[in-house]
Every structure is written in C-alpha cells, then in structure tokens.
Design a protein around this ligand. Structure first.
Ligand code: PAF
Length: 274
C-alpha cells in the first residue's frame, strides 16, 4: 500500500495505478469505513482512501479539536482491507493560502443537518470536490449513515457534471443496532447502553408508517421513545429520499431520518420506509 502526502507523489502513484475507486474519510476508521473499501474492491479497480480531517466542515463551536485521530491504526486497517493507495494531504495542500473559492449547496443541503450545522455541507462539498480534482476517481464511496451527506454529494456531482460515480454503501451496525460512527467512542457506558434506542425507534416508526399508520403520530411516538431513553431529539422526519423535503405521507422513495443528542454526542441515523 502506497502512502502519499504531496500532490506530486499522489499524481505519480495514480499514473502507475490508473483510475481508482476513492473512499474519502476523516480517519478514526471503523468497520463502516472498511465496508466502503470492500465495496470499492468489488469494482475490480485499484482502491484509494483519503484521510483528511476537514476544518471547513466544522462550525466554530464544534468538535474539530477533539475529533479522534489515529493515523497509524487507520493505515494498518486500510492495508488489511486491501487498499492500494492512501492520500494524506495537510491543510495547506487542501486549502492553499491563495485559494478563493468554495462550493455553495442548496436543495437537499438546506434542512436538518444543514440547518443545525450552518456551513457544514458547503465544507463537505468543497473538500469532496477538491478530493475528486486531486484523485480523479472513477467512483467514490460514501456511507448511508450520513444519508443527507450522500444526497448533497450526489446533487453537486450531478450539477457540475463531474465524471465520478457516487456509490452509497449501507450502514454498518453493532449487533444491538447502533450505527457505527467515529463519535460513538465518546459515549459514556450508560449512554452506550441507551444509544440503540435510536435505531429501535426508527425501525418501529418505519414499520408503522409502512403499515399505514398516521405519519405525525408515528413520528411523535418515536420522539417520545428517544426522550425516554435520555436523548434530546433534534429532528425525526419522513423525507423524500433524494430531496430531503419533509413528507406528510408515504411516497417513493422515502427515508426516515433523525439526529439526537445523547450526552455530548450527536447521533445520526436513518432507515428506508416502504
Ligand atoms: O463523511 C465523512 O467522513 C466526511 O464528511 C467526508 C465525506 C470524508 C468529507 O470530509
């Protein structure tokens, strides 16, 4: 596995490998990221992963400084997952001092995480566009755990006619249903025990809505279940799977999305409905 930290090294490695499948990450890797690498391997092309903790997608009061970092552990996992190349740019490579452009995102970026974290998706879109320009992958792999992020990336990739296939990869879960996330390590033991209530509430509400129950009542019951488990729900909504617009009744394709705070951790999850 080749490890590169500068653009000339990256371009030399890509000249040898040819077009790659890209797994963009912020490090602190877990089995969810390895599932992205496994999906990339299935395309029978070389696999590149990037590790870059992107300051542009963190708000001023967010957890950039405490975002977990473990470069050696990440590299060992990527090597074991059969990655061919790891791209480790520094902040000056990604955001040179003369850089003057960022991407503005609307549509699926507007609500939910977009409203809770102003500037977050613009930061994600900008760094992902830069990664696409640097690595020029044939395809890029993103976890469905961040459902809204995948739709935002799909939208701007289509809007700018970027020649990259965006491949969503299903969420990897712990046996009790908790979606894997780099931030789960910050859950205290009692919070970790309570955390699966998020997925349980989502799957229950999705089954009720699919079975014809009233949407508003099912969502309200799910919110109560989160509160009973000690969480503070931010949103729990039935939305168009691509538009992220709220829906009052079942339409296809439809997603149930949620974010809730548990202790100091903001948990996100989503499931398909219908
Ligand atoms: O999902 C993430 O880890 C990040 O948002 C991404 C896509 C790597 C961009 O920094």
């Amino acid at each position: 596995m080749k490890i590169v930290r500068t653009l000339p090294e990256l371009h030399a490695a890509l000249a040898e490998l040819g077009p790659v499948g890209l797994v963009p990450t912020m490090g602190a890797l877990h089995r969810g990221h390895l599932a992205l690498a496994a999906a990339a391997r299935q395309a029978k092309r070389p696999v590149a992963a990037s590790i870059f903790v992107n300051p542009l997608q963190f708000g001023p009061t967010e957890d950039l400084s405490r975002y977990p970092r473990d470069e050696a552990g990440d590299l060992a996992q990527l090597a074991q997952a059969g990655c061919d190349l790891v791209w480790l740019p520094d902040v000056a490579t990604m955001y040179p001092s003369d850089a003057a452009s960022t991407i503005t995102v609307g549509g699926p970026a507007t609500r939910w995480e977009g409203a809770a974290r102003p500037g977050h998706f613009a930061g994600v879109a900008t760094v992902v566009a830069k990664l696409f320009g640097q690595v020029r992958p044939h395809a890029a792999y993103f976890g469905e755990k961040d459902w809204q992020q995948v739709q935002v990336i799909r939208r701007f990739t289509a809007d700018f006619l970027l020649p990259v296939e965006i491949v969503p990869v299903p969420t990897v879960r712990e046996v009790d249903g908790l979606a894997l996330s780099s931030r789960n390590r910050f859950l205290k033991p009692a919070e970790r025990l309570a955390a699966p209530a998020l997925y349980a509430a989502l799957t229950r509400a999705a089954a009720q809505i699919s079975g014809g129950a009233a949407v508003a009542e099912s969502l309200e019951a799910a919110k109560h279940a989160l509160i009973a488990a000690g969480m503070t729900p931010d949103y729990l909504a039935l939305v168009g799977a691509e538009t992220l617009e709220p829906l009052e009744r079942l339409a296809q394709p439809t997603r149930l999305i949620t974010a809730a705070r548990l202790g100091s951790v903001r948990l996100l999850d989503n499931v398909a409905v219908g």
